[in-house]
Design a protein around this ligand. Structure first.
Ligand code: FE
Ligand code: FE
Length: 400
């Protein structure tokens, strides 16, 4: 009897996180073989348009896991038509390996959604469930233990856990960084394949795209929940540009790109900074929320080839600064009061911005500074200087 791990996924693309986890699984579960099973059509998600074909993902897996002797490619799901249900895969594997031990590898999120899968009871009979977890999140861990206990009771599932001390990275993030010209967490051979084939917009010419295409690419790089906000910012910015005499085309490009790196976490932000040789202060290093304006500006320039006017509007959209250009002010305030934003007083600000742009900017900065102070957070120097500058400007323009 041998021990066989079944490690499925979209592998779109396979990254270093997968490879390190595979090595850990082999070691911890004492696996004789680890089957890497790329899904043809995952049942729970649709792959983004333009993703490599299942066969191409399979060949990336071949390159990625080449260094792990126990790893073995399994094209069962790719050869089977229709959606890739785990229960079908395990049924076939059970027939192939009637006397061996099968371990279905899953993440904590998968265990928590296990009941919604097709025929979970049968899956639990066909294989042991090996849950990879990160011990950092105590609350999640408790939830996982509770769910594991009830699955054991209700389905007689055999569940074991594997400490995953490996890096935290997702294929979505890897794809985004490839498009932004900063490959991340890829085995060199996989990266070379991606580059050669131009997958995931890697090496694509994205400079000077027509607006519709720019919008499409930008939205693909955002999390779904942020998409309405960037669309709202772009549309609001155009209207404000028409009213206040800025270039509406520049306004909508800056609007749609202003949060282009917002979906990236702290480590990925720092990776972009390194890639583009950006100098950072200690505060910026510790506060990735502020970093997205800086990295977004660099990406707008280097990847999308935007004008300096657009680049600097993105650069200053979170903190503001004294003496902003009309476009900078427009992006600052459009980001703040576009139709998807809701906070007490937003309606007043929306009225004010059509009458007095500087006064609206002042209100926006003042509210932000107040909000940060109430939360006990440090306020960026640029914001403080901008606050004083626009307060002064607004007071001076007030009728005596
Ligand atoms: Fe932002
Ligand atoms: Fe924003």
């Amino acid at each position: 009897m041998i021990r066989i791990g079944v490690y499925g996924g979209s592998y779109n693309p396979p990254h270093t996180g997968h490879v390190l986890a595979a090595a850990e699984l082999v070691r911890e579960l004492k696996l004789d073989r680890l089957l890497i099973v790329p899904a043809a059509t995952p049942p729970h998600k649709t792959l983004p348009a333009g993703s490599p074909s299942p066969e191409e993902r399979l060949s990336m897996c071949e390159a990625a896991f080449a260094g792990i002797p126990q790893a073995e490619l399994c094209d069962l799901e790719i050869r089977r038509p229709g959606k890739s249900y785990t229960v079908d895969t395990l049924t076939t594997l059970r027939e192939q390996y009637p006397a061996d031990e099968l371990y279905l590898i899953m993440g904590t999120d998968m265990l928590l959604s296990f009941r919604t899968w097709r025929e979970p009871e049968r899956i639990a009979k066909l294989a042991k469930l090996a849950v990879m977890h990160r011990t950092k999140d105590a609350e999640l861990w408790e939830e996982v233990c509770r769910e594991a206990d009830s699955l054991k009771r209700e389905m007689q599932a055999d569940i074991l856990t594997v400490d995953n001390r490996c890096i935290s990275v997702s294929s979505t993030v890897v794809r985004r960084l490839l498009a932004l010209g900063a490959p991340w967490c890829l085995e060199p051979a996989v990266e070379a394949m991606i580059r050669q084939n131009g997958w995931y917009l890697c090496g694509a010419e994205l400079k000077g795209l027509p607006y519709d295409r720019l919008r499409e690419v930008s939205l693909e790089l955002h999390d779904e929940k942020r998409r309405p906000h960037v669309i709202g910012t772009a549309e609001t910015a155009v209207k404000l540009a028409e009213l206040w005499g800025a270039d509406p085309e520049a306004a909508r490009r800056a609007g749609i790109l202003h949060d282009i790196t917002k979906a990236l976490g702290k480590n990925e932000q720092l990776h972009l900074c390194e890639k583009y040789a950006m100098m950072l202060t200690q505060r910026q290093r510790e506060n990735p929320k502020l970093l997205h304006a800086k990295t977004g500006a660099v990406v707008a320039r280097e990847i999308f080839g935007e004008s300096e006017a657009v680049v600097s509007a993105i650069r200053w959209h979170t903190t503001g600064k004294p003496g902003m250009t009309t476009l900078e002010k427009i992006i600052y305030i459009a980001d703040y009061m576009e139709p998807n934003r809701s906070f007490p007083g937003v309606e007043l600000l929306r009225e004010l911005v059509w009458k007095d742009l500087d006064a609206a900017v002042y209100q926006g900065i003042a509210r932000t500074v107040q909000h940060l102070r109430e939360k006990g957070k440090l306020v960026d120097n640029n914001s403080l200087e901008a606050l004083a500058y626009y307060q002064n400007l607004t007071e001076r323009s007030q009728p005596k």
